[in-house]
Design a protein around this ligand. Structure first.
Ligand code: 5GP
Length: 189
């Protein structure tokens, strides 16, 4: 574990990579002859999806979707839809992190309503303790605490998605005051 007073590294790049390969192998086993359609949730799931899809060595397809949440109401709408029909497809939703579970619940229902043959989820991180609604996660990378995480797709104000490891924010006020605080610290000798 390494870090600064305002953020600490909680998952190393090698541990992410080996877990993603394990998930990929499990998916490849379960989806033999079922050609999964990966539905990648923008923006946060992109690094995970890129590594996961390459760890699944069977025929598969990838498409992208973006949802947005209307304030605290919890209402969820489509910001960008898929271009691939999901009818009769074996859909595998790729999520960066499941928190309350509301987004995933809506998404799974949406895929079932569109006639998917099956719907499952691969989520790299699971904040189980914060769940508001029960939702299955068939392929789960890591169970994490309720700290705010950044890195490997997860952002703070759009930043840090490009970090290779995962950092927990320890001092929210420091990030609010200076969103670039972690990149500045990582670049200084
Ligand atoms: P849910 O609907 O499960 O509450 O929301 C999940 C979404 O919340 C994730 O896809 C992600 O965008 C965001 N989220 C939840 N926890 C974190 C976190 O620790 N860090 C970041 N960057 N985003 C998070």
């Amino acid at each position: 574990m390494s870090g600064f007073s305002f953020a600490t590294r909680v998952i190393e790049e090698v541990d992410i990579q080996s877990r993603v390969v394990e998930l990929g192998q499990a998916i490849a086993r379960d989806y033999q002859n079922r050609d999964p359609l990966f539905i990648v949730m923008l923006l946060g799931s992109v690094p995970f999806a890129a590594d996961l899809a390459r760890a699944v060595d069977i025929p598969s397809e990838i498409d992208f979707m973006a949802l947005h949440r209307f304030g605290e109401s919890g209402r969820i709408g489509i910001a960008m839809d898929l271009t691939t029909p999901v009818l009769d497809r074996n859909v595998l939703i790729v999520e960066d992190i499941v928190d309350t579970g509301l987004t995933l619940t809506v998404l799974r229902r949406m895929m079932a309503d569109r006639g998917a043959a099956s719907v499952a989820t691969a989520a790299l991180f699971d904040k189980t303790a914060r769940r508001v609604t029960e939702v299955p996660i068939e392929y789960r990378g890591f169970e994490v605490g309720d700290e705010y995480l950044v890195g490997y797709g997860l952002d703070w104000e759009g930043l840090y998605r490009n970090l290779r490891s995962i950092w927990a924010v320890l001092d929210i006020e420091a990030f609010v005051a200076d969103p670039r605080i972690l990149s500045t610290a990582l670049r200084s000798p």
